[in-house]
Write a protein that binds this ligand. Structure first.
Ligand code: XUL
Ligand code: MN
Length: 344
């Protein structure tokens, strides 16, 4: 990837402009047509799109139809000066994935998951991207006795290996989340997926995408998760957002719950030169109360907050931080950071 000298590139997915439906109520905003969503990207300051396979073309299209459909989307992106960041297989909506995809107890359903994921890699190739994301949404259980947990881990390794073999140029990132929709995921954290990555046939092509809300739901600080993955040189994607405590995955505007926690994420990313490594994805959701005309504000606002925090990260007196670290004066460091955040 070309050096961008400190300049970040931003992405989101079409699902981030949503109708506001939730498990307890229907849509409150009209579905925005796909091409119209794509035309919003540049206006909002974004240059990369994230896709699920069926955001690009329906999952039941045959090869010829799929090839044509992908070419159409690629052309649309090009006409807007946009690029795809990744295409991810949506392995959680089809009836064959009700009880898991790669870890289903039913062999035919595991084959469906494998074939659907391979087809997604075909779409990646047609779109000209070398990156896919595995969010193992249903690779877990509602009750412990439902599956063999040790066997499930092996099945996840096999699934990743299958894709690595299917395309020798492909890079795969796992996006881990501890729960929701399942009671308990088999791969709940960044560290869990890292263990899997190192057991695959080519660990150099397996990394992670860290979502702030998912780390918070697991009880971790997202910036520490990022530091962990960065040391391993495996942080190839982020989904920045925010989360108010341990409840359903909220996908709130970046920094809207805990500015200092958001500041720390930007700090860790910027110190590691993430701008040369990956793209900043903002996996944020509008509040249900948001009006149709304001259905993209959460995206623009998240990007704005990122840039405000970036300015704070870059303007902090790093020598003072280091001196306070050396002195072990964390009370003073605490105040120094808070004052910096408050513009004092
Ligand atoms: C799920 C989640 C997904 C993935 C893309 O919580 O974050 O939106 O990011 O499938
Ligand atoms: Mn996400």
């Amino acid at each position: 990837m070309a050096k961008t000298s400190g300049t970040y590139r931003f992405s989101f997915g079409p699902w981030n402009i949503s109708t506001g439906s939730d498990p307890f109520g229907p849509a409150v905003r009209k579905e925005v047509e796909f091409a119209k969503k794509i035309r919003e990207y540049r206006k909002l300051g974004f240059t990369y799109c994230q896709f699920h396979d069926d955001d690009v073309v329906p999952a039941d299209w045959g090869h010829a139809e799929m090839t044509k459909g992908v070419a159409k989307v690629k052309k649309l992106l090009e006409s807007e000066g946009l690029k795809a960041e990744f295409v991810a297989p949506r392995l959680w909506e089809d009836k064959r994935t009700i009880d898991g995809a790669f870890t289903s107890n039913i062999a035919a359903n595991r084959r469906y998951a494998r074939d659907r994921a391979r087809r997604c890699i075909d779409i990646c190739n047609l779109m000209g991207v070398d990156l896919t994301v595995l969010w193992p949404a249903r690779e877990g259980t509602y009750i412990r006795e439902a599956k063999d947990s040790a066997q499930a881990v092996g099945r996840l390794v096999e699934a990743v290996d299958d894709l690595l073999a299917y395309d020798p140029k492909l890079r795969i990132v796992g996006e881990m989340k501890p729960n929701e929709p399942m009671d308990q995921s088999y791969c709940p954290s960044v560290g869990h997926f890292m263990g899997i990555a190192y057991r695959t046939s080519d660990p150099s092509r397996v990394g992670v995408l860290i979502e702030s809300a998912h780390s918070i739901l697991a009880g971790f600080d997202p910036s520490d998760d990022m530091g962990y993955a960065l040391w391993h040189k495996k942080l190839w994607g982020v989904h920045l957002n925010d989360q108010n405590g341990l409840k359903f995955d909220e996908d709130k505007t970046f920094g809207s719950v805990d500015l200092r926690r958001a500041f720390n994420q930007v700090w860790v990313l910027d110190r590691a030169g993430y701008y040369d490594i990956g793209i900043v994805g903002l996996d944020v959701k509008a509040m249900r109360t948001t009006k149709q005309a304001d259905g993209t504000k959460h995206l623009a606002n998240s990007l704005k907050i990122f840039n405000y925090l970036l300015a704070l990260v870059r303007s902090i007196d790093a020598n003072r931080v280091e001196a306070l670290r050396q002195a072990g004066d964390y009370e003073e460091l605490d105040l120094f950071i808070l004052e910096h955040l408050m513009g004092k």
